[in-house]
Ligand binder design. Sequence first.
Ligand code: IPM
Ligand code: MN
Length: 346
Amino acid sequence: SRTLRLAVIPGDGIGQEVVAEGLKVLAAVLPADSKVETTEYDLGARRYHATGETLPDSVLEELKHNDAILLGAIGDPSVPSGVLERGLLLKLRFAFDHHVNLRPGKLFPGVSSPLAGEPQIDFVVVREGTEGPYVGNGGTLRTGTPEEIATEVSLNTAFGIERVVRDAFARAQARPRKKLTLVHKNNVLVHAGHLWTRIFNAVAAEFPEVSTDYLHVDAATIFFVTQPERFDVIVTDNLFGDILTDLAAAVTGGIGLAASGNINPSGAFPSMFEPVHGSAPDIAGQGKADPTATVLSVAMLLQHLGLVDEAARIESAVAADLAERIGKAPRSTSEVGDALAARVAG
Ligand code: IPM
Ligand code: MN
């Protein structure tokens, strides 16, 4: 028997709706002798307007005492751009040292891709999660004048690169195709790019079974569209990974299906699982959001906690559900959740 302590941050917009379905499927898949104890945290636009807080230290402290965090979505047009993104979402990723941002790109059978033919897409992007241009290192000068200057300095440490590169090699090693692609822009961003390349090549020597290659990020976007089957595991920096994983979602059936995990591999802090999509305020509260990305994020959460069979059952349920969608009328958020819960239970 096992009790899973789960912190839940529904957040903004459709976050509430999709998280409810994720929890529904979680409850249905867990074995009878396992319990889940959820604590919900009211964070996001509502709290910011009410109290001015984005992520109080007391909440950050409480979150630590959980096995994992499930997050819906963060962001609202009523809050200035960047306040919740930096003050809540990125603060969580940085505080809990989520340096492995795992984002699978998988085209399930029967899901229509905008790409021609029926490409076989099954890769995973290992996006660095705690460095790069996301650290907020920069500033403005001569503000409000025509000579205004803004800088965003990308931070890349040997320590930070090596740990994520090593993680990506280990993941590639464990997959049948054993292939790892480094994506950067080392022909232009020579300082960071050369450090990434050097470390990547050094770690490669320790993984002789993994075949490697390198792509500039612009070329990688071409191959995502023209030859996505060439990818197995991809490792890249925080910003390139952000952009590439939206493209990955677009070619694998859309953002409604894209799951992610912000992983702290050491387990020193809880890892956090969230759909790649945002809060979609335009459809919030209408029961239109597809909860599948959140449900798949729950599967990643279970996988991370070692509940491998349960994770696999969720994936199979999603695969079966997606295969049956073809030609059918769209269902509501809770209808999809109910269908998935029924499949994992049965
Ligand atoms: C994502 C989002 C975030 C990111 C934003 C909201 C900070 O786009 O999870 O991909 O850039 O990482
Ligand atoms: Mn993004």
